[in-house]
Unconditional design. Structure first.
Length: 58
């Protein structure tokens, strides 16, 4: 089962970028005290989180 991503969690390396960090999250949904990351939230390389199209939170 896939895990849920949260603000400050690390992502995977891609293209020429280093390991990315999630820098945005939900203002109302928390997982273990950290904001839940959602599809479209920012990562520190300038990209966005890509996730499931069938899971909706916040």
């Amino acid at each position: 089962m896939p895990t849920a991503a949260r603000l400050s969690d690390k992502g995977t390396r891609h293209d020429d970028y280093y390991e990315t960090v999630i820098i945005a999250g939900s203002p109302t949904v928390f997982i273990d005290g950290l904001p839940a990351a959602r599809t479209g939230d920012a990562v520190d390389c300038g990209g966005v989180v890509i996730g499931s199209g069938t899971v909706n939170i916040g």
